[in-house]
Design a protein around this ligand. Sequence first.
Ligand code: HEC
Length: 128
Amino acid sequence: MTTSSSTAAEKNLIVKFWKQCLILFLILLICVALFFFKNEQNNGYILKTLELRGSVNDGNTLFKMNCVGCHGITARGLVGPDLHSITQRLNDKQIIKQVIEGLTPPMPSFEIDPQNMSNLLTYLHSLK
Ligand code: HEC
């Protein structure tokens, strides 16, 4: 009798263990799915931005409103680095990611629509 009840307890433990594994696995799956979803969204955003034609003037205005606090009024650098010749060091995709993803604190991520991102990118290209 004791042996059978202990195996029942063991079985319970095993079921519990697998249930927890399953939950962990599901959480992991959701995280991976969210990661890919976000990536896909950003890819779509980047492609859209690269298709557009930007305006240096509008980009300059955007830069003055959002970026000068850290990169300086002439983009020569302050808290953030000098952005002259940035377009030679980073490709467009990397620059867009830098602006929208906030990967390097203290630089925040910016919510900016593709047209304005394109303007900003064109402005950065105009800095030699
Ligand atoms: C709160 C301050 C802050 C603001 C605002 C900010 N940045 Fe930055 N930015 C930084 C810092 C600090 C870095 C350097 C991060 C690092 O260590 O890689 C950086 C890095 C960058 C880089 C990469 C430079 C390199 O050499 O790799 C680009 C491009 C950039 N910023 C563009 C922008 C643009 C465009 C804006 C405005 C939309 C902006 N930043 C607003 C602080 C800021």
